[in-house]
Design a protein around this ligand. Structure first.
Ligand SMILES: Cc1cc2nc3c(=O)[nH]c(=O)nc-3n(C[C@H](O)[C@H](O)[C@H](O)COP(=O)(O)O)c2cc1C
Length: 172
């Protein structure tokens, strides 16, 4: 599949089969995250793979957007090693973790699996339940699994602005 076709076909999947994701497929998804570019190549991403019943129950205490997925990734970054812009101290960690998450989301789609980026979670609860150290910042949850037979894109998937609304050619 051509890249743009893959990117257009991907949509947020919020309804999954209970079927487990095979470890070979999960490994490919994690590999897509491993090779993602990061600021100054610091590779500050730290990814927790949650597959056990207990872990998945714990996730349910942190967000209502778990969709009963059979595997959920907690994508974090280590702020003790993420790159900080010297001019203003801006921390690239969230951007790095976001690129990693995007790589994994697209690899997931390429495998015919589904995922949804979830930002709506209680970070303090994640920190407490999954015993994150203070310098580890959770950025995204990524529920992954086989699409339920009734899975459909939300209407918002089709609402994209015209390119003229978001791209500006400078005329200086
Ligand atoms: C940074 C980010 C945070 C998001 N958080 C959530 C979330 O917490 N819950 C949810 O159901 N979807 C979440 N989404 C999915 C978006 O709602 C979705 O990508 C958007 O509506 C476009 O739909 P599509 O992904 O099907 O094309 C998030 C997406 C992004 C990029």
């Amino acid at each position: 599949m051509k890249f743009l076709e893959l990117a257009k076909n991907r949509y947020s999947v919020r309804s999954f089969e209970p079927k487990k994701v095979e470890s070979e497929k999960l490994d490919l998804i994690l590999e897509a995250g491993r090779i993602a570019p990061t600021a100054s190549n610091r590779q500050p991403q730290r990814i927790l793979v949650i597959e056990s019943e207990k872990g998945l129950d714990m996730i349910k205490e942190c967000t209502r957007y778990h969709f009963n997925a059979p595997v959920i990734l907690i994508v974090c970054y280590d702020q003790s090693i993420s790159w900080k812009r010297p001019m203003d101290g801006d921390d690239a960690g969230i951007v790095d973790a976001s690129i990693v998450t995007t790589h994994m989301m697209l690899q997931t789609a390429e495998l015919g699996l589904g995922s949804t980026w979830v930002a709506h979670f209680n970070p303090e609860k994640v920190r407490e339940l999954f015993k994150l150290e203070n310098h580890i910042e959770p950025v995204a949850l990524l529920p992954i699994g086989y699409l339920a037979s009734n899975s459909q894109p939300n209407p918002r998937h089709y609402e994209r602005q015209d390119i003229k609304e978001t791209v500006f050619y400078n005329s200086f």
